[in-house]
Design a protein around this ligand. Structure first.
Ligand SMILES: Nc1ncnc2c1ncn2[C@@H]1O[C@H](COP(=O)(O)OP(=O)(O)OP(=O)(O)O)[C@@H](O)[C@H]1O
Length: 252
């Protein structure tokens, strides 16, 4: 392993964030390495989305260090942050497709905007390649309204992959999907990790998703990572807070 590979892709130290009197993050520490998938688990409102918004520079931390690909996201210029964001794929809970654009136009949009030097043939080739990767080549001329929930998620992921990101942030990738479609999305997350060699944070309530996709799991409670480790390490614990989350999520 080269020294470069040992440098974390994301490094967070003592990160704190409050909104008025509400303390959401209260000392987050974690290193995420190249090619690693981390699932962040936590109850609703525990700050999971705030965490990935801070990582992608959409929100500023109150204190602490957040380094992404070697740069402190809250300390760099707006231009540098824009460049950095191109290396971060954000898969939104809602898929966030443009309803008035076809699948092809949705996929072309980030490329045409951010890679102005590409010919239309190169854009078309990139669209075909990424659609093939997510297994939806046949939808190229369809409108988002004609797609199922799972297909929308896949196209949303394809739209971030088309810029060849180094980091993927998935916000509740399986929410609202049936179990079979959820398994397909889990498999796609694993495929993306292997094929694109991305480092990913997967925010989820879905323990099956965490178990299937993550190399490590981090449990967010009271603004801190209560525990991190493999899925088995985190859940083979007698810690009441972790067990409550685990039992609740399997019952429901
Ligand atoms: N911009 C904001 N201004 C004020 N409060 C905010 C803001 N963003 C988030 N919060 C608050 O921070 C807390 C954590 O929100 P967050 O969206 O990170 O939760 P979450 O863990 O992602 O929850 P869920 O699983 O329900 O999506 C919530 O109480 C929320 O109301």
């Amino acid at each position: 392993m080269q020294d470069d590979d040992k440098e974390p892709v994301i490094s967070i130290r003592d990160l704190k964030k409050s909104f008025g009197a509400l303390t959401v993050l209260n000392g987050i520490n974690i290193d995420i390495f190249k090619g690693e998938n981390i699932a962040v688990l936590g109850r609703s409102g525990s700050g999971k989305s705030v965490l990935i918004k801070i990582i992608s520079g959409l929100l500023k931390p109150d204190s602490g260090m957040v380094k992404v690909l070697g740069q402190e996201v809250d300390k760099i210029s707006t231009a540098a942050l824009q460049q950095l964001r191109l290396k971060i794929g954000f898969s939104f809970q809602s898929s966030a497709l443009y309803d008035s654009m076809s699948v092809k136009e949705n996929l072309a949009f980030p490329l045409v905007r951010n890679r102005r030097n590409l010919s239309s043939k190169e854009v078309n080739n990139a669209i075909e390649a990424v659609l093939n990767d997510v297994g939806l080549s046949q939808t190229i001329n369809q409108m988002p309204s004609e797609l199922s929930g799972g297909q929308k998620k896949r196209i949303g992921i394809a739209r971030t992959l088309i810029l060849q990101p180094e980091i993927m942030l998935y916000d509740e990738p399986t929410s609202g999907l049936d179990p079979i479609t959820s398994i397909e999305i889990n498999n796609l997350i694993l495929k993306v990790q292997q094929q694109y060699n991305t480092s990913s944070i997967i925010i989820t309530h879905d323990l099956t998703c965490a178990k299937a996709t993550a190399n490590r799991v981090a449990m967010l409670l009271d603004g801190k990572f209560l525990t991190t480790g493999s899925f088995e390490e985190v859940f083979n614990t007698q810690d009441t807070a972790v067990r409550t989350f685990y039992d609740y999520n399997f019952i429901n």
